[in-house]
Write a protein that binds this ligand. Structure first.
Ligand code: HEC
Length: 389
């Protein structure tokens, strides 16, 4: 964040994007309340062919500045009109000035502020990014999608190369640029006509489509970490069931707002002790419950371990001993194999991989400080999103 002439543009743009997103979500809910929006799979459908989009503004600040400027002009115009009511003698000149300002406000090109929309553009996933959904999605992907999109999502398969339209790289930023609802629509109804992505509505249920989206995100994270050593884009900690010795949470998602550490059990080795700075969970695969050791909560479902294997691009058998750390917003941030944490373990950061590296001092406190100082500001579908679920 570099303040220019005292103005923190990132903060202004962030606020404006949030306002735009709230505005259109509010409109959708209003239309739904008035009965003017159809219901698709239990969620209100967006009735317009376009939606506001912050995508260009996130890349090109001049567009954001132009929009802020135009909003400033309009606010000034409205102020002049309001003044004209209070100040009778100057009413005509004030109204004329206000009208002229409104008329000549230099709005940025609408094509830069909008994106094509589909009825499910604003739909949100019901899966909660659960390990079960990710693993189920993997099975569906292997059966229905792998022939064209490939194991790594890059679409370099023989079938893909023979297609008139090349499938996009699903392990690039694509899934993050689109809203989940837009991807959902492409899966159900296809994209790009006969030569493009086939429609799966008759073959894949609504729930299966959402599971596929979870898997594609998890797999893109795993491919990213294999290629670059870090998660190129933020990925959430998957939700898993918990079995705790003292009664409490039954699912990870109930620990909303807390830092969470996953520890993959290592046969013959006691897990690390509980840490008051975090909530810890032991993934003990099929191990007996008495290996839980000092950690209060555990999960022994295969899905949990397998989902972590996908997200970290690491085979399950190489995971024992691995620890993963998620921040208070539910984003996976760091990985460590020895339990000696340092800021170098951060795998999801705003600086490029390698930058700021070499900081191995300070342990967990330093890592937490580094994580808190660099919160995930994550744009999805052209808007900031704070949490995956
Ligand atoms: C016959 C080959 C083929 C199969 C099978 C296939 N796809 Fe595609 N897919 C494509 C092509 C081609 C495109 C590019 C379409 C375009 O942009 O015009 C595409 C695009 C996509 C996109 C990007 C959509 C967007 O909004 O830009 C996603 C996501 C996707 N496919 C996921 C899947 C999933 C999940 C499956 C399995 C259920 C699947 N595909 C099966 C060929 C295929």
């Amino acid at each position: 964040m570099i303040p220019e002439a005292g103005i923190d543009w990132d903060a202004c743009i962030g606020l404006m994007l949030q306002a735009m997103q709230s505005l259109q979500q509010g409109l959708l809910h209003l239309l739904a309340a008035l009965g003017a929006a159809r219901d698709i799979d239990g969620q209100p459908a967006w009735p317009f062919a376009l939606r506001l989009s912050g995508e260009v503004m996130l890349i090109d600040r001049s567009v954001a500045r132009a929009l802020l400027g135009a909003l400033g002009y309009s606010a000034a115009a409205l102020l002049l009109v309001a003044l004209s009511f209070a100040w009778k003698r100057a009413r005509i000149p004030l109204l004329l000035a206000g009208g002229a300002l409104l008329l000549f406000t230099p709005w940025p090109d609408t094509a830069l502020l909008t994106a094509p929309a589909v009825p499910t553009s604003f739909h949100t996933s019901p899966t909660g990014f659960s390990a079960t959904a990710i693993v189920h999605g993997e099975q569906l992907y292997t059966r229905q999608c792998i022939a064209c999109h490939g194991t790594d999502g890059r679409g370099n398969t023989p079938l893909a190369l023979s297609l008139p339209v090349a499938p996009p790289n699903l392990s690039s930023g694509l899934l993050w640029r689109r809203s989940d609802g837009d991807i959902f629509w492409s899966l159900q109804y296809g994209k790009g006509g006969k030569a493009g992505m086939p429609a799966f509505a008759t073959r894949i249920s609504v729930a299966d489509s959402w599971a596929l989206i979870d898997y594609m995100k998890a797999n893109a994270a795993g491919v990213g970490i294999t290629d670059t050593g870090a998660w190129p884009r933020p990925v959430a900690l998957p939700d898993i069931a918990l079995a705790c010795r003292s009664p409490g949470a039954t699912h990870l998602s109930q620990w909303h707002g807390q830092r969470i550490r996953l520890v993959v059990a290592q046969p013959g080795k006691a897990p690390p002790p509980e840490d008051p700075r975090l909530q810890s969970v032991l993934l003990n695969g099929a191990a007996a419950p008495d290996t839980v050791g000092a950690i209060d909560c555990a999960n022994s479902q295969r899905d949990a371990l397998h989902a972590i294997a996908i997200i970290t691009g690491t085979p399950e058998e190489k995971l024992p001993g691995t620890q993963l750390l998620a921040d208070r917003d539910g984003w996976l941030r760091a990985r460590n194999a020895s339990g000696d944490w340092s800021p170098d373990d951060m795998l999801c950061r705003s600086t490029a991989v390698g930058e700021g590296a070499g900081n191995t001092a300070g342990g967990m406190d330093q890592l937490i400080a580094a994580m808190d100082a660099d919160p995930v500001r994550f744009a999805k579908g052209g808007f900031f999103t704070h949490r995956e679920r």
